[in-house]
Design a protein around this ligand. Structure first.
Ligand code: S3P
Length: 430
């Protein structure tokens, strides 16, 4: 993979961009859509490589999909048919974990595989409860490939130790695929796009805050296909929000940002740190909130502590947030984030190791990071991306403020979630 050299940006970012479609919602539009067995138009489908993996797999399982630009015309009436080959999830954990639920409910055997990074990620969190429901899944010591022999499943009451939308969605989809009820608890509410989309298709779900956990419960569900427009991805927007906050002289507007409250923790934390962010024109699109954000460079960001219930609400933004924390006055703490070690890379270790190369003062803890700011970053180093798209884009942003260029090894990985990243960036260099 080619190396990419960054360049310091003195004059700031200016103008307006529209953020591309949300990756989590794009996956779900096809995966949950398939359970309606109907026909639908999906507008603004993500161009991320991860979502292309989901699309390809559904076609192999019988969906008919015509793509015109970012619009999909989908016919799910022939889903599900036994696949002719192994189903490749690429780098996408969401594809593997959500599809494992649906495939466990089918009367055939299928195999899900993934790339080197996905093969290192833990899959027992889904295979154990699915096997408990009656599926038969073989793994290699808890890792992909997953050989799934589906069949008749039993309803499950499941208490998850993790606040994971992938685990929650997997069990929801396995249950719905066989019209079974579900009672599921998680320690704190993880992203609820699955619940919202099921409700958009006519399903009824109860979500209840209990003393120390959240209950998600439903009975039999009738779903009807509806056309969808996919909101913009706050996790992609976060790169530009943080860029504008730390690159002097910047002032930008980002349109169509999904602001679902289970995803918008990053905005709450940045406002708490004193960031100059205005939220404008809030509205609802296909059951999800969106808004425009106006962001201005903020010289005096203050350190903060991020822990507990907010962690699932900003889990994917932590690498970029850690970079911003190096530029905030005081000691910032990230804790209760141990599951970051199971993402596309071990994000506590990789963020610590690579930011340290730039001169950041940062300590790695078992479940988090301690970051001492404000520290000028030097550059002049090669940073690895470890097959991790969020690291690729974080290192790019770091390079906008380092005295010397950074060499990014594997910058192409940004295409996993955000192929338009460089075009959007270039459009703000007015
Ligand atoms: C996702 C859930 C989160 C998140 C991932 C996407 C989803 O993972 O980190 O990028 O679309 O359900 P976990 O469920 O493992 O927390």
């Amino acid at each position: 993979m080619a190396n990419f050299e960054t360049k310091k940006l003195n004059k700031g970012l200016h103008g307006e961009i529209e953020i591309p479609a949300d990756k989590s919602i794009s996956h779900r539009s096809l995966i949950i859509g398939s359970l309606t067995k109907g026909k639908m138009k999906i507008e603004n489908f993500s161009s991320a490589e991860d979502c292309a993996s989901t699309l390809k797999i559904l076609v192999e399982l019988g969906a008919k999909i015509e793509q015109v630009g970012s619009t999909l015309f989908v016919d799910f009436t022939s889903c599900y048919q036994a696949p002719k080959s192994i189903l490749d999830c690429g780098n996408s954990g969401t594809t593997m974990r959500l599809m494992s639920g649906i495939l466990s409910a089918q009367n055939f055997t299928s195999t899900l595989c993934g790339d080197e990074s996905l093969t290192k990620r833990p899959m027992k969190r889904v295979t154990v409860p699915l096997n408990e429901m009656g599926a038969h899944i073989e793994t290699t010591e808890g890792h992909a490939p997953l050989k799934i022999t589906g069949g008749k499943l039993n309803p499950i009451k499941y208490e998850s130790k993790l606040a994971s939308a992938q685990v929650k969605s997997c069990l929801m989809l396995a249950s719905i695929a066989q019209n079974l009820p579900l009672e599921y608890t998680e320690p704190t509410l993880s992203r609820n796009h699955t619940e919202r989309m099921l409700e958009y298709f006519g399903g009824k779900i109860e979500t209840k805050e209990l003393e120390d956990k959240v209950l998600i419960k439903f009975g039999k569900m009738e779903l009807t296909a509806h056309d969808l427009y996919i909101a913009g991805d706050i996790s992609s927007a976060a790169f530009f929000i943080i860029m504008a906050l730390i690159v002097p002289n910047s002032e930008i507007t980002i349109k169509n940002v999904g602001l679902n409250e289970t995803r918008s923790g990053i905005i709450d934390v940045l406002l708490d740190m004193g960031a100059n962010i205005e939220i404008l024109d809030k509205k609802l699109i296909s059951g999800e909130e969106v808004a425009s954000l106006k962001i201005k460079y903020t010289e005096n960001l203050k350190a903060t502590t991020v822990s507990g219930n907010i962690i699932p609400r900003l889990i994917d933004e932590i690498p970029t947030l850690a970079l911003l924390m190096t530029q905030a006055e005081g000691i910032s703490v990230i804790k209760d984030a141990g599951d970051l070690r199971n993402k596309e890379s071990d994000r506590l270790k990789t963020v610590h190791d690579e930011l340290t190369k730039l001169g950041a003062k940062i300590e790695e803890k078992e479940d988090g990071l301690i970051i001492y700011g404000k520290t000028p970053l030097q550059g002049g180093a090669t940073l690895n991306t470890y097959c991790d798209h969020r690291l690729a884009m974080t290192w790019f942003i770091a390079g906008l403020i380092t005295e010397n260029p950074i060499n990014i090894d594997g910058f192409e990985w940004h295409k996993t979630s955000f192929p338009e990243f460089l075009d959007k960036f270039n459009s703000l260099l007015k």
